[in-house]
Design a protein. Structure first.
Lengths: 316, 785
């Protein structure tokens, strides 16, 4: 979010004075382990899936661990996972490799009578039966604008406080080819409150630093920017660092919907909650509900759906 | 309420009839002989009656006595006592000028008040600081600071180093009314919280009310920090200044018309950015990072009955780069025009016109590609105060005020390839009225009362849009279910509050007293901030149809005791309990900026704070200083947070110890030392971690807030002041102050937070964040002539 970035920047002035950060060791109480749901029903706008003719959807079930457990989260095994869509079809997800990745594989055909599970406009209800409890979550899939090209611009070295950005290229704009065959800056989908998650990959490596998590509400950071080109602070944030000639840069735009937008923003706040202007630490919310409201076993994580548009360019 | 008012009026009327036989009034002012500055709180003792009065903030006093012969003893700490015999056969105007005591003596006294004021005054929960004291306390980067010094007093607290503002008796930072010559200051900090906006060279008097707040003050729940500027020397010209590592100060004062009108001009500017052009890097070369402020005041004594004051403040913090263009600036400006009028020897009046503005602006990029964000809060007020010196036993104050506020929460304008997008920015308006009456009454030689009522009326008005929200699960964003537009000045919502105030004092002996106070306060201006330290971008909001006024009831009981015959030691113990309603809290992940539906992000809770404050001060001798210890608790209860249970606030500290010592070795050398200890502030530690899409979230399975504390804070500072010798006894005085902040370089954590290691996101770690992690030495050169 833009103000968090600004505040962090202003904080640099303060930090110049003498502040310091260092890892310390703390004893933390460990709470009981909980089921974690991590899944997007996806639809890729490019033709890859269509060419393959196969649709694969994955929902990962994991367990929470002690905070300082520095190993991958253990899988939640033996769960029954189904997804029911708007058309009333129920799809069974199976843990084929016993690693907690519950998969659905089916044919991918663009048909009105029997469309794929993942397509914009569809809505989903996830059902999980696990260790005697039954959990549910809902999601819907929005449309996404089509990205067709990236333009780059060369920037000189930039020093801002302790950060130095070397001279190099940044993404100047994301472009979409319109009916007249001309490339225009990509516009947000019409309708207020359409939300996006932008992901940048350099040479196939995702910028996974939470500080670089980039989301948009319409074309900006809030109401008032419907169906216009994405604003500059968003476009410029697509480049967490400078690129060089020959780098392969991929940008993905996920249509995440308002609830997931809020969820990701809260997740980002909690993952980057540092410095003078930290907010009270709170739990990242979850949309996974135990059907038995009185049960003490609550699940965490988030279930969502996204249409994904992606574009790859080599820095010229 | 009306019954009480009637009672007061009737009572006063009755008292006035009672005192009518052959009485005359003596009134006038008490001033400093050399500078002509009014002396606040000077004491006038009528020897024959063993009765005393004190001057008000304009140096005015009035006393009504039966016909007769009297000896007036006029004194104020730091001044030689003046004695005058009078024969009272008619009303008299009697002005006094006090001479400063010999330099040596003056330097060792740390209060300008009369020495037993803490015991004898009806006021409790009040701390007075004078510049002389503040100057001797070791300061961060050698720059003496009012707000930092206030934080060394009992009952005053801060969330941590570098945080803006201060917390008084469990109140949040927006619950302090900070007045600079009566104008409210909305952000009292430069460079976040490191320095306050008050230029010490221009300040005459600082008073902090933590409780027992008199009826003439209102609008905030927890405290009043009343900062009064110097009037300027009306006899001769003087220059004062200092050169420090971070900034320099310069002030100039003198007469405009000798003994009739004077002025003071004071300015400061930081200069770390003056070195930027030396940098080889182009970006740094063109960067800006500075703050500055100007304080100015003029006053004009029209005649014995009329006096005019004009004072103003203007300060800004400026940060930015020119290429690519990026700029951020913020600041306050205030202005006060005042007219003192003495209707007759018993009725003193002051009329004030007040203006205050706090704004910030962020700009980036150019006209076609970039953005611009502005926000501000403007106050325009008119205030009329009367003091009626009815008789020696009753002093009645009454008056009222009217304020018009404009809240501009900020509008963000984006320009992308020439297209313009506007976000947020619906301003809000309100009018606040207040009426008050209070009486300070001396029942007999031992018992005094101060009681009053304040009536506040707050109107949230158009032009604007009122939003309506659904009721939903606590701690979930409320959805707007409609809105209504209002025309200019059209009433949207009104809140009325009646605030009783009462203080009681009983002298136990000549050296000790017992005091009790109760006050109710209300607050209709709210700082919307959910960060540990308030950011400069935080916005103020009025009470609206969705935000109710904050209310607080506080009771305090205190025992005041001085030791030894010359009152060299002052001691006090105070206990307090404060109950707060309609406290604002925020939903998790609240979006507080540029959000017209911001009220949907707020929650409403209650608060309570209680504690005991111990204070022992030595104000005479070559060794002076104080020890203050506060044992306190401050908690909140908000539905939807911490499983609906009470939890400690972010600035809760059980123990708070401050030791301040100042030692004068001889006329050339002085030392100062401060030791500060505070319990670590609360925070929330995770119990588990969640892995999601390659990210790791900290998670507390019990959903508690502030379940842990960061380690305790402690720090030692030192300073040495060397008064440079001048061969000839000239006007020019100068000194060098050497100081060291955080002498033993303790890494006091401001916070502990949890994150995934940036180089290896699978590894989670706890990080200690310290604002000042090492010793900070400094040197300052001060001069005066």
């Amino acid at each position: 979010m833009i103000w968090r970035k600004l505040i962090l920047f202003f904080g640099i002035v303060t930090l110049l004075l003498s502040s310091c950060e260092d890892p310390i060791s703390i004893d933390l109480e460990e709470g009981p382990s909980q089921l974690t749901v991590d899944g997007f029903i996806k639809f890729y706008l490019d033709s890859e899936a269509l060419n393959l003719g196969v649709e694969t959807q994955i929902i990962k079930l994991r367990k929470t661990t002690a905070y300082f457990n520095n190993k991958p989260a253990p899988p939640a095994l033996g769960a029954e996972v189904t997804v029911t869509d708007l058309l009333g079809r129920t799809f069974i997800f199976k843990d084929l490799n016993s690693n907690g990745n519950y998969e659905y594989n089916g044919p991918f055909v663009l048909s009105f009578t029997n469309p794929p599970l993942g397509f914009p406009g569809n809505a989903y209800r996830l059902n999980i039966k696990y260790e005697g409890e039954e959990y549910e979550a809902k999601a819907y899939m929005d449309s996404v604008p089509k990205l067709d090209s990236l333009s780059f611009v060369f920037k000189e070295q930039l020093i801002r406080g302790p950060d130095t950005l070397q001279a190099g290229y940044i993404i100047d704009n994301i472009l979409s080819k319109e009916n007249d065959g001309i490339y225009y800056p990509t516009k947000d989908i019409k309708g207020e409150g359409t939300c996006y998650w932008f992901k940048t990959f350099k040479n196939n490596v995702f910028y996974n630093n939470p500080h670089n998590m980039l989301t948009a509400y319409d074309a900006a950071f809030g109401p008032g920017s419907d169906h216009v080109p994405f604003v500059l602070p968003i476009v410029h944030s697509l480049s967490p660092e400078r690129f060089y000639q020959g780098d392969t840069v991929r940008v993905e735009c996920w249509s995440i919907g308002l609830p997931t937008y809020y969820f990701l923003n809260m997740a980002q706040i909690q993952m980057t909650n540092e410095g003078l202007f930290a907010t009270p630490p709170t739990n990242v919310p979850s949309n996974i509900e135990n059907k038995n409201k009185n049960s003490k076993n609550k699940a965490v994580g988030w279930f969502s759906a996204a249409a994904i548009s992606r574009v790859t360019e080599i820095v010229p | 309420m009306y019954k009480t008012l009637l009672f007061i009026l009737f009572f006063c009327y009755g008292a006035s009839i009672h005192g009518q036989a052959q009485n005359f009034t003596v009134s006038g002012t008490v001033k400093d002989f050399h500078s002509g500055e009014d002396i606040i709180g000077a004491s006038i003792v009528i020897k024959e009656l063993n009765h005393s009065v004190a001057t008000n903030i304009y140096g005015f006093y009035s006393i009504t006595l039966p016909q007769g012969k009297y000896t007036f003893l006029v004194s104020s700490l730091g001044y030689a006592t003046k004695s005058q015999e009078i024969t009272l056969t008619k009303n008299l105007t009697l002005n006094f000028s006090l001479e400063v005591k010999s330099e040596q003596l003056k330097e060792v006294e740390i209060s300008s008040e009369k020495s037993d004021a803490n015991v004898k005054d009806i006021q409790m929960s009040v701390a007075k600081l004078d510049i002389k004291t503040i100057q001797k306390i070791p300061a961060f980067l050698g720059e003496i600071d009012l707000v930092k010094t206030v934080q060394l007093l009992p009952g005053v607290n801060t969330v941590g180093e570098g945080a803006t503002g201060f917390n008084v008796r469990g109140g949040s930072i927006d619950q302090n009314l900070v007045l600079l010559d009566e104008a409210p200051v909305y952000n009292s900090s430069h460079l976040f919280g490191f320095f306050s906006v008050f230029n010490p060279d221009a300040v005459k008097d600082v008073k902090l009310y933590k409780g027992g707040i008199p009826a003439q003050y209102g609008g905030r729940l927890s405290s009043l920090l009343d900062v009064r500027l110097k009037d300027g020397n009306n006899k001769s010209y003087h220059t004062e200044g200092g050169i420090g590592l971070l900034f320099s100060r310069l002030s100039f004062e003198g007469p405009l018309i000798k003994e009739k009108a004077s002025f003071i001009l004071a300015g400061r500017r930081s200069y770390f950015d003056l070195f930027f052009p030396l940098s080889k890097n182009k970006n740094i070369k063109q960067a800006k990072a500075n703050f500055y402020d100007f304080t100015a005041k003029i006053n004009y004594i029209v005649n014995d009955k009329n006096r005019l004051f004009l004072s103003g403040y203007f300060g800004r913090d400026v940060y930015g780069f020119s290429k690519p263009k990026f700029g951020f600036n913020l600041g306050n400006s205030t202005g006060t025009a005042r007219w003192n009028h003495v209707f007759n020897s018993k009725l003193f009046s002051n009329l004030s016109l007040i203006y205050s503005n706090y704004d910030y602006q962020i700009e980036a990029g150019e006209e076609t590609d970039g953005f611009n964000w502005k926000s501000r809060i403007i106050t325009n007020s008119i205030k009329q105060e009367f003091t009626y010196y009815l008789n020696p036993k009753n002093t009645i104050t009454f008056g009222g005020s009217l304020s018009y506020y404009t809240f501009d929460p900020g509008q963000l304008i984006f320009y992308t390839k020439g297209e313009k997008i506007e976000q947020g920015g619906v301003p809000k308006h309100s009018i606040e009225n207040a009426l008050y009456i209070g009486n300070e009454q001396k029942i007999n030689g031992r018992i005094s009362l101060l009681y009053g009522l304040r009536f506040s009326n707050f109107n949230y008005i158009g032009k604007g849009t009122a939003y309506f929200f659904n009721d939903t699960t606590p701690n979930v964003r409320k959805d707007s279910i409609g809105s209504k537009s209002y025309k200019n000045l059209e009433l949207i919502k009104t809140y009325n509050n009646i605030e009783p105030r009462i203080s009681f004092k009983l002298d136990i002996s000549d050296m000790s007293s017992l005091k009790f106070s109760y006050n109710r306060t209300s607050q209709n201006l709210h700082l919307i901030s959910n960060t540990s330290a308030s950011t400069p971008l935080d916005v103020w909001m009025p009470s609206t149809n969705n935000i109710k006024p904050q209310l607080a009831d506080q009771i305090a009981l205190g025992y005041f005791r001085n030791f030894f015959n010359d009152n060299a030691y002052e001691g006090s113990i105070e206990v307090y309990y404060k109950d707060m309603k309609n406290q604002i809290d925020y939903i998790d992940g609240a979006n507080l900026f540029l959000n017209d539906l911001i009220e949907g992000e707020l929650m409403n809770g209650k608060g309570r704070a209680y504690g005991a404050e111990f204070y022992l001060k030595k104000s005479k001798g070559s060794f002076t200083g104080w020890i203050s210890y506060t044992l306190a608790r401050t908690e909140r209860k908000v539905n939807g947070i911490n499983n609906n249970e009470w939890y400690p606030t972010r600035f809760d500290k059980a123990h708070n110890l401050n030791i301040v010592g100042m030692f004068t070795l001889n006329s050339h050398l002085e030392f100062g030392a401060t030791f500060v200890y505070g319990t670590g502030t609360p925070t929330t530690f995770p119990t588990n971690r969640i892995e999601y899409e390659g990210y790791i979230f900290p998670h507390n399975v019990y959903g508690t807030r502030n379940n842990a504390r960061i380690p305790a804070y402690h720090r030692l500072d030192f300073s040495a002041t060397i008064h440079l010798k001048d061969k000839k006894e000239g006007k020019y005085k100068h000194n060098i102050v050497l100081s060291a902040y955080n002498v033993y370089a303790h890494r006091n954590p401001f916070s502990i937070y949890f994150r995934a290691n940036p180089d290896n996101p699978a590894v989670t770690e706890a990080i200690r964040f310290s604002v000042v992690g090492r010793v900070i030495p400094s040197v300052t050169y001060n001069f005066k002539f």
